[in-house]
Write a protein that binds this ligand. Sequence first.
Ligand SMILES: [Zn+2]
Ligand SMILES: [Zn+2]
Length: 276
Amino acid sequence: MFDTHCHLNFKAFAGKVDEVVDRTRKAGVNYFVVPGADVETSKKAIEIAGKFAGIYAAVGIHPHHIYQYQTSNIKNQKDKSNIKNDLKLIEELLVSPKVVAVGEVGLDRHYYQKTKYSNYQINEEFIELQKEVLLTQLKLAKKYKKSIIIHNREAKEDLLDILTTNYYLLSTISIVFHCCEPDGELLSFARKHKIFIGVDGDICYRKDKQEFVKKIPLELLVLETDSPFLSPFKKFPNEPKNLPLIASFMAAKIGISQNELGRITEANSKKLFKIT
Ligand SMILES: [Zn+2]
Ligand SMILES: [Zn+2]
């Protein structure tokens, strides 16, 4: 089985990666992609991928972390150039041998109550900067022939607008809508452009996702845990060893066996990330 989105690089797993990987392998999950959310976690993802067979990295700047680069938060000229520098660093990391994708990148209009940024707020300046950085990272994926992991939260219209306007990117990059919102418009866009759809453990308690998964074409479905988040038991931290449990729940909803779902989604994930 393949966990296409698992943050072994996050603080929740500091000092525990070996045991978590060991537990996950014993549960029958042999492939992982660890996505970065900023420069630091992208470096960490590469470091982890370098240590284990079957673990791959993605590098990128998550829309939530674009907050720190906003002009209104910037106090001096040095900070202002940070976004350019950081995108340059991401570009340098992209050529590491086990990096398979740019990610996670995207758009996020969700108001986070719990965040490291003080006075967090969603305004148009912030969203515009998110769009700009997303487009730059989409272009990086094209330039380096990498796949792309897209994070979208409550920003469907802006996202589809960027992808439609930059149609030339769509035809060459393998894309996944990670933790896809259960939304008909996203699904038909994904069908039309052969975009993969990631489904997580929250399906175990979200009725809307249980209905949604039945509509996803099997050839576009991939599994993910988004560990340490989105535990099927609403407990922190979630671990990738929970993937088979999520798969078994999902398989019952779809009406196929867990083995078949595991086999199909593993093959889809390898195709998505061009892993042979
Ligand atoms: Zn995400
Ligand atoms: Zn994530």
